[in-house]
Write a protein that binds this ligand. Structure first.
Ligand code: HEM
Length: 152
């Protein structure tokens, strides 16, 4: 147990890197590179990429919740600093947005690809794009708040 806090922080930050880094890659690298492809090529590819990425984010979210909860207990629980409570609050909002993307919007992309309804699929991808931008901004703010918890 001697290194439990370090191990938890390591896993916490690794998961944050996977989640936030994946969103940066998807938004700034993958999306513009696919822009000129026809919907018939683009949407099945996006569906296939998202289904893999969302599995990774699902694991990251579980690890962030478990390690974050553990760390919060170690850093005072209800008496922890406001920055840590803000991190937890923002983190939960990000997780709810991810849950909405994964369980409400992504199935629409999947159904549209199966039925070859490309305009429906493109609309759903647009919704994912907007929600990912929101989560990306929240993720960066959360990292900033987390660093401020060091008393900067
Ligand atoms: C349920 C959600 C979360 C809880 C309860 C939580 C809790 C914690 C706690 C207690 C620490 C240790 C602070 C310290 O070492 O002084 C920590 C570290 C950190 N967390 Fe979170 N966290 C959550 C979600 C997130 C999310 C979503 C992000 C980023 C997108 C994030 C980014 C960080 C960073 C960058 C650190 C390192 C801060 C540092 O050591 O300077 N956390 N978290």
């Amino acid at each position: 147990m001697a290194h439990a806090i370090e191990i938890a922080l390591f896993l916490h930050l690794l998961s944050v890197a996977v989640w936030v880094g994946g969103m940066v890659f998807a938004h700034f690298c993958l999306r513009p590179a696919l822009e000129d492809l026809s919907p018939q090529l683009r949407l099945p590819l996006i569906e296939s990429v998202f289904s893999r990425f969302f599995n990774w984010v699902g694991i990251a979210v579980i690890v962030i919740l478990l390690t974050g909860g553990f760390l919060l207990m170690q850093f005072g629980g209800a008496h922890a600093t406001w920055q840590l409570h803000a991190m937890a609050g923002l983190g939960v909002v990000m997780m709810l947005i991810f849950g909405h993307i994964r369980f409400a919007v992504f199935p629409r992309i999947r159904r549209a690809v199966q039925a070859q309804k490309w305009p429906d699929g493109a609309r759903a991808v647009g919704t994912v794009r907007r929600l990912v931008i929101v989560n990306l901004v929240l993720g960066v703010v959360t990292i900033g708040v987390a660093v401020m918890s060091r008393g900067i």
